[in-house]
Design a protein around this ligand. Sequence first.
Ligand SMILES: *[C@@H]1O[C@H](CO)[C@@H](O)[C@H](O)[C@H]1NC(C)=O
Ligand SMILES: *[C@@H]1O[C@H](CO)[C@@H](O)[C@H](O)[C@H]1NC(C)=O
Ligand SMILES: *[C@@H]1O[C@H](CO)[C@@H](O)[C@H](O)[C@H]1NC(C)=O
Ligand SMILES: *[C@@H]1O[C@H](CO)[C@@H](O)[C@H](O)[C@H]1NC(C)=O
Ligand SMILES: *[C@@H]1O[C@H](CO)[C@@H](O)[C@H](O)[C@H]1NC(C)=O
Ligand SMILES: *[C@@H]1O[C@H](CO)[C@@H](O)[C@H](O)[C@H]1NC(C)=O
Ligand SMILES: *[C@@H]1O[C@H](CO)[C@@H](O)[C@H](O)[C@H]1NC(C)=O
Ligand SMILES: *[C@@H]1O[C@H](CO)[C@@H](O)[C@H](O)[C@H]1NC(C)=O
Length: 597
Amino acid sequence: MKLLLFLISLFHIVQVSVGAKVNPLPAPRNTTWLDSNSIEINVPALTLRLNRPNDVLEDAFIRIKGSIESVKWYPAATEGPMSSMQPFPTATNLKKRLLRRQIGGISTVDVNVDDFNADLQLGVNETYTIDVSSSGITINAATVWAALDAFTTFQQLIIYENNQFSIEGSVSIWDSPLFGHRGLLIDTGRNFISLAKIYEQVDLMSLSKLNALHIHFEDTASWPLFIEAFPEMTNDAYSPREIYQPGDLVNLIIYAKNRGVRIIPEIDAPAHARAGWQQIDPSLIACGNSWWSNDVYTFATGNEPPPGQLDILYNKTYDVLDTIYQELGTIFTDNFYHIGGDEINGNCYNFSSRIQEWFAENSTRTYNDLTQYYLDTAIPIFEQNNPNRKLIMWEDMVLNNNTVPKDRVVLQSWNGAQYIPQLVKEGYDVIVSSSDHFYLDCGYGGWITNDPRYLDIPANEDFNNGNGGSWCNPYKTWQRIYDYDFTANLTDAEAQHVLGAEVALWSEQVDSTVITQKIWPRAAALAESTWSGNRDPDTGYLRTTELTQRIFNFREYLVALGYDASPLVPKYCIVNPHSCDFYKNQTILDEFGLQQT
Ligand SMILES: *[C@@H]1O[C@H](CO)[C@@H](O)[C@H](O)[C@H]1NC(C)=O
Ligand SMILES: *[C@@H]1O[C@H](CO)[C@@H](O)[C@H](O)[C@H]1NC(C)=O
Ligand SMILES: *[C@@H]1O[C@H](CO)[C@@H](O)[C@H](O)[C@H]1NC(C)=O
Ligand SMILES: *[C@@H]1O[C@H](CO)[C@@H](O)[C@H](O)[C@H]1NC(C)=O
Ligand SMILES: *[C@@H]1O[C@H](CO)[C@@H](O)[C@H](O)[C@H]1NC(C)=O
Ligand SMILES: *[C@@H]1O[C@H](CO)[C@@H](O)[C@H](O)[C@H]1NC(C)=O
Ligand SMILES: *[C@@H]1O[C@H](CO)[C@@H](O)[C@H](O)[C@H]1NC(C)=O
Ligand SMILES: *[C@@H]1O[C@H](CO)[C@@H](O)[C@H](O)[C@H]1NC(C)=O
């Protein structure tokens, strides 16, 4: 019997595939391979042994087990001999030892959660460990949500070769995110996004440990959200099929929570407001029927058609804001609610007689006084409804020198990387989604029609060789996203004010047909930079070159799971690691990288 076991073990060792290397994304903070004795996992029989029953984890375990079984994953992109690096420490170079193993493979995963009660909210403890050895698999997790994080790492550790599932060796992982807020913004106002595709984003976020889905639900163009207090608002949905019912939202929130993803709703105000509101009372909206006038820009009433803003001096504006918030506030469970606050256009208010009279009454009044009136009136309404919930606001009014309560409001920064230091130095908590690095909709050309700048004439050369109509050109590649050091130039104390980051896909040129390919796998670059960082913790060097095979592998994994994630390179570059690098010198980025800090 002993001899038989010995032979089985020997057989297994011979079968250890040279070059097979799992490479989970995001890279865990700390991975230590202890040996390279492949450990068989009996996936069909795999059971969860939890220190207390828990539906979220039991269901998640069944899901990941199903994925492992159906995909039969073998890493698509591994590091080859050209690489001078060890991106994910390999098991195969380590000393092989003969170990007694369970016949048929390991069939139990022990999961111990410290705190089953912690709610899924910003800052919840997501620390976990995974220990794999021939004697078993143990996951220790601070919370249920940390255990979900552990599961998505675990599922990426298992490979399938020679007709069996295995993990490449004994391994210890310690992991914990650098940032609590790791987000994705989608926009269901410019074009509708089906619930199925929103669910899909949640699935993909969870696989990459993104944990905050910010939904910009409506805009001037359409209002897809059914509000019981004002059912007429969805007269401005694009069609009866393009409406979210309250039950849809409740189900989405539960679905997302079960996958460790918070849903943060945004109802943008006072700008970006027209559809829906105008159905309640046309007087709520200023300039909603004006020509947006970017042809004669001095009269422009908005940055894109159609224009429209809430009338700041109409009292009913605040009653409606209050009622909508009260209703959504009972549906949404997150401790944060996004109140918009971006891109207020002064010209729009020339279409409000109330506002024009107000300015005429007192010639020293400025537009800042007007927007301050909005803030001073609106913020207390949100506050009274739910004193425990914080608000998120786009940074615009603060950049325009309005006063915003720092303890109540988190600012989301989109205008550019240069504003992060300014805002945190002023003491604001910040979520970073700088359009120069994190906007996924850039670089696709303009969408405004009837645009003579596309004529191929000499006068248009600059335009067509320049931004080509995309206001936030260029397209943000995964490398640009990953290389962005959004806490650069901050002291440690200032960096504490950065809660995290979001990539954003605005939907002027996006609907359900293309949303997944535009977000994935690029969002995975942010997933890693917000989870374990974009730099090697020991050297401080940018690890973009190291991410290369990992993100290629992750994309192939998503496709294997059935998601339409975009290809990043010719497949040649995946199967011939680093053959498509610009520089043969694999450490070339190190010095460039260090210049930034
Ligand atoms: C990573 O784990 C190894 C082995 O447990 C340990 O020696 C090392 O200190 C850990 N490093 C970090 C950064 O936690
Ligand atoms: C998070 O949980 C881990 C493991 O339970 C624990 O060691 C750590 O102190 C916790 N962190 C915080 C900030 O509570
Ligand atoms: C809007 O009104 C302001 C203040 O009255 C004025 O300065 C500005 O020129 C007006 N804009 C347009 C486009 O009429
Ligand atoms: C609007 O509200 C303000 C502040 O509460 C109040 O002074 C004013 O009389 C109200 N205006 C109307 C028309 O109700
Ligand atoms: C006119 O507006 C300015 C600026 O808001 C303010 O300081 C001043 O008190 C106002 N004057 C009157 C008479 O309301
Ligand atoms: C805000 O205030 C700063 C400092 O006083 C000034 O430099 C800047 O121009 C102001 N910005 C706006 C939009 O008024
Ligand atoms: C940090 O500061 C340097 C020098 O001012 C600047 O060039 C760089 O862009 C800044 N980095 C970020 C991410 O803001
Ligand atoms: C690779 O690039 C780094 C950074 O520029 C440089 O220090 C190093 O000497 C280069 N190595 C080789 C082999 O050229």
